[in-house]
Design a binder for this molecule. Sequence first.
Ligand code: KIV
Ligand code: ZN
Length: 561
Amino acid sequence: MKNTGKYASQFFAPSGVSMDWVKKTQITNPPIWCSVDLRDGNQALIVPMSLEEKIEFFKLLCKIGFKEIEVGFPAASETEYNFCRTIIEQGLIPDDVTIQVLTQSREHIIAKTFEAIKGAKHTVVHLYNSTSVAQREQVFKKSKEEITEIAKFGAELCKKYREKARANGDGEITFEYSPESFTGTEPEYAAEICNEVIKIWEPTPEDKVIINLPVTVSHSMPHVYANQVEYMCKNLIGRENLIISLHPHNDRGCAVADSEMGLLAGGDRIEGTLFGNGERTGNVDIVTLALNMYSQGIDPGLDFTNLPEITKVYEKVTRMHVYERQPYSGQLVFAAFSGSHQDAIAKGMKWRDEKNIDVWNVPYLPIDPSDVGRVYEADVIRINSQSGKGGIGYILETQYSLSLPPKMREQFGYHVKNISDHEHRELQPSEVYDIFLRDYVNLTANVDVKKAVYEERGENVTANCVIEIGGKEIEHISYGNGRLDAVSQALSALTGFDYTLESYTQHALEGKSSSKAASYVSIKYNGEIYWGTGIHQDIMTASVKALVSAVNILIDAHKQN
Ligand code: KIV
Ligand code: ZN
């Protein structure tokens, strides 16, 4: 793409900022959270939410722990107005939750807004007008002075309506002002217009005003926005009487960074949405922001312990879809398909268990998936053709109590990987288990030991076996330096494969009702290793079955087709 000069910077990097905030490495306190899902989020939906859907979403936001919720633009539509009235009249607003309503600086709109909030215990009335160069020149065709007059007019009216509401003994009202398109506004002018509004509203430390600094459209890198925030903090009158609120949109994909740096630079409050829904590329994703803090040991004050349920309700009422790779909430964000990642995670989890450590430092997992309601078994180790022995072995061990010897894990890992590769799909843990049972356990298709009676003289064992081979049962006596060895001699003699018995391990199978054992046997033939598994209540029988399985696999491998 050739730079034709079409794009020039539309942002204003303020001068006179210290950038001291850069030295901070962490946010130490959570901001005041304000959800704008029901207003900014809703106005960006293909089909805006119905009254019932808004109520369901509102209840969800309260349950998550939001104490400030922008419920709409009541003068903008009937649904918005009705929603506001419904939650007030039906007593759906918890005592500790403040609703927020948006209004333009026009008399009939402000009047309708105040009418909509009658009876609410505490409301933030959010006044805005657009201040950027582009909006002043192209949309409003007004000078700075004229734009300031719009803000002052709205501020005066809001003040008048609040006085009336107070006189009527209505609920508490806090004011918020947004110089909309702030990031495209000269910082000096943004401070000037906000100061005019502040002078009218006369905030105090007990009755603060919220000054909201929207990244209506993002035009710059996050540190530039943070500098704009620092500039405003320094140039607004009576900083101690103000709550500085940040409202980043995500046009450059930097809304989270804008918010985090903006908080370091002096912001107190965040307006955003769940999963970053909102106009165009969305508002800042509060889930990501909050869980970023959580992952650094800060309690964000919002409860995302059941994120899958939150996602479900959100997707239902908004008809949006949470992207599979959306931080923390996407379906695949904890999934490890690749063998090396699975191996590291499996080892990390084992290390945690063995060392009994509290601090979370498992490789590849930024937070413990179970903290946000994810199921480790289903969400983390996922099997496809990229997977390997670590993950596949981990699934068999943790979900089916099968501890395969390391070399067998490796072989089975390749086997599963190949199946997934050929079928070109992911395999579920139950399918991995079924493949294991089908291809390695208690196999008898070519040969089987139907009976074995042992006579032991010290180390020397005689095995009296009945072996089924080629559809016939044959009695055979053989000798070995142990029971398994004696049976192995019989199998070797009758199948004609001169293999050697290489290894043998076993363990009890943990299960509520089962008292079975699993045995793993490997045999070597022509330099190749063949593994088999036996599962049975009797340990010796399990071992023989493991051996028979390995011999069956050996025979299959040498069949002419
Ligand atoms: O993005 C924006 O500028 C807004 C304002 C109304 C605050 O949503
Ligand atoms: Zn917005």
